[in-house]
Write a new protein. Sequence first.
Length: 189
Amino acid sequence: MPNRLRASELNAVIKVNNAIKAKLCTLVAASIVPSEFKTIVQYTEFERVKFLSDLQDSVENFHTACNSVELAVGTMYQFHPSSLPTILRNIAQFILDNCIILNNQDNLKLRALDRVVFQKAPARKGGQIKDCIIVEEYLELAQQLHSSEFSCPLVFISSNTKDFCVDNSFVRLLVRYCRVPLYPPYKKA
């Protein structure tokens, strides 16, 4: 539920949510995702409430200014903290609850640590090991699926556009090592 959530991104989340409900897909999450979610979800919901409150203040200030100069404006929208933040949190929780959570494996943590030490994507100077653990767990899963002759598409979904987008070396890495169709997240222009 980040601030940058656009309508198109929300629509994509809703499609994933609906696909899960219809049993059209299986979602897998890295071992660290549940604890990360638990750590940030309450703060993120608070951010949404504050964003809507600030938006309402801006709307009211805009209408006051327009009325002061006798400029006709349309409907005054209401953005007071609504149930939207809670609905978004519930959707996120439903998606997480319906994921298969990958097992935390020491060998994958060691490979992730190598990424950090040698600054291999998605590691970057001053960054954390978490993204590298996610990468190693997903690469391992993709390789295991390939070994079992799995041929359905794999879709990597992330809100982390800085580290996991089409113009990033991480995507080139996935495409190189995943022998099943892979559809990475794309950064919008």
